[in-house]
Design a protein around this ligand. Structure first.
Ligand code: NAD
Length: 248
């Protein structure tokens, strides 16, 4: 069934693929990103008026509530939030300062909470809704950052926090008919991994039993599954989609 979905991080990578996928499936989409011009370039207007673009910073409460208000104003409701927006940090522990740590936590943890809170407040009035946040396979790996260019302690700890956030919100919002889950992507071919060194990038495919890294559409599809009726009894889960690299 068609839904009204707020997709964050929609100017790039997985979020862009997700917004396009939802539009292709006939849904109404509010697409949010920090980068206004990149957002407009990523998602040209559809001729059926099912797309609304919103520039905003997910670490700012007013921007989160404005995005939900924009959905309600344009489409009359918000059925689901798929929150992909995040900031990356590959600083090694010896180089990581409080400023960088706090910036990453503000975007990735506080931003996830604020988006879920804004969406949840609206969904609570309708006694239904689905929220999907984004964790990361780097938590399972304990990625260190540094010369590899992979996520370091700021990024990894921010993504680990999503497990607790999902469980807490799923328990609190469940009685209002709101499901809360997360996707934990493995390495996915998006601009986020541009920070990887050539050596690290080349080594990634071999880590996965499937022998390659993910395409953004494969992660987008997991987010779309979690907001669908097919996942109607799934809540409080972090769905790891990493080509089997847990045991690889
Ligand atoms: N690509 C990977 O290998 C990988 C692996 C694990 C997890 N993830 C997670 O998947 C999600 C999507 O990542 P991606 O690879 O598509 O990244 P990406 O860098 O391609 O896209 C992230 C988008 O988020 C936006 N953004 C950043 N800060 C923002 C803010 N404060 N407010 C609003 N928008 C903001 C950026 O402008 C960008 O368009 C992220 O949560 C990321 O941590 C990605």
């Amino acid at each position: 069934m068609a839904q009204t979905v707020l997709v964050t991080g929609a100017a790039s990578g997985i979020g862009k693929a997700c917004a396009r996928m939802l539009l292709d499936q006939g849904n109404e989409v509010v697409a949010l990103d920090l980068k206004r011009e990149a957002l407009a370039a990523a998602l040209p207007p559809d001729n059926q008026g099912r797309l609304k673009l919103v520039a905003g910073d997910v670490s700012q409460p007013a921007d989160c509530t404005a995005a939900v208000a924009a959905a309600v104003k344009r489409f009359g409701k918000l059925d689901a939030l798929i929150h992909w927006a995040a900031a990356h940090s590959s600083k090694f522990w010896t180089e990581l300062g409080a400023d960088e740590m706090n910036r990453i936590l503000a975007v990735n943890v506080t931003g996830s909470f604020l988006m879920a809170q804004a969406a949840g407040r609206h969904m609570q009035t309708r006694k239904k809704g689905a929220i999907v946040l984004t964790a990361s396979g780097s938590v399972l790996l304990g990625a260190t950052g540094g010369p590899s260019g992979q996520g370091g302690p700021a990024y990894v700890s921010s993504k680990a926090a999503i497990t607790g956030l999902v469980r807490s919100l799923a328990r609190a919002m469940g009685p209002d008919g709101i499901r809360v889950n997360a996707v934990a992507p493995g390495v996915t071919d998006t601009p986020m991994i541009n920070s990887y060194s050539a050596e690290t990038k080349a080594a990634q495919g071999a880590r996965f039993p499937l022998g390659r890294i993910a395409r953004p559409e494969e992660m987008a599809a997991v987010g779309c599954y979690l907001i669908s009726d097919a996942a109607s009894f799934v809540t409080g889960e972090v769905l790891v989609a990493n080509g089997g690299s847990n045991f690889g």
